[in-house]
Design a protein around this ligand. Sequence first.
Ligand code: AMP
Length: 218
Amino acid sequence: MPYLVLLGAPGSGKGTQASVLAKALGVPHVASGDLLRAHVAQQTELGRMAHQYMTRGELVPDDVTIAMVMERLDQPDARQGAVLDGFPRTVVQAEALDARLAERGAGVDRALLLVVPDDELVRRLAGRWLCRQCGASYHEVSNPPRQPGRCDRCGGPLFQRDDDTPTVVRKRLAVFREQTLPLLDYYRRQGKLVEVDGVGEIAQVREALLAAALGTPA
Ligand code: AMP
């Protein structure tokens, strides 16, 4: 079973697609942002520290995120494979991930990059609503829930992330360009990077991602 890394700017559809991909492949969806938001909600020490960075749109320090994600990957359900969403975001994180997977005779099988133009990213984030219960993602114009404020899938309450405001979104996009884009070269050099067009229907993007995840990299 594979370890897949899903890369993409904020708003590229990483979360939605990672969850779909993980289900299709029978591996857990490990999202560093979700793990961090759970810490924030539970007001743990880690959560209080991380929250300051998250509300500014900056990255939480590497040592903290690495320890948190490694702990998740050590759990039994993630010992054979996982879809990683939002991690790694820096080369240091990617190296730590490689080292940990190497210890279990595994490695990152593919890094899939969801490509979406900037103006589309901003549009998507501005109208984004998420389910507090199951994490499903909606857009008030292009993918509205049947009943405003309620999740179609589980009936849970919908909310908007406090880092989806225009100023913080601009910062998150800048951080992505500066700190996460170098990762593309890291995976490209290893022949693991596959670029997938992230614009289009959710189902269409899912098919392209599945083909990229299971096929031979270009
Ligand atoms: P996301 O849900 O992936 O958009 O992440 C939300 C926020 O959590 C980011 O803007 C960062 O502040 C923080 N975060 C998530 N994953 C990481 C990571 N791998 N490294 C550092 N910070 C992260």
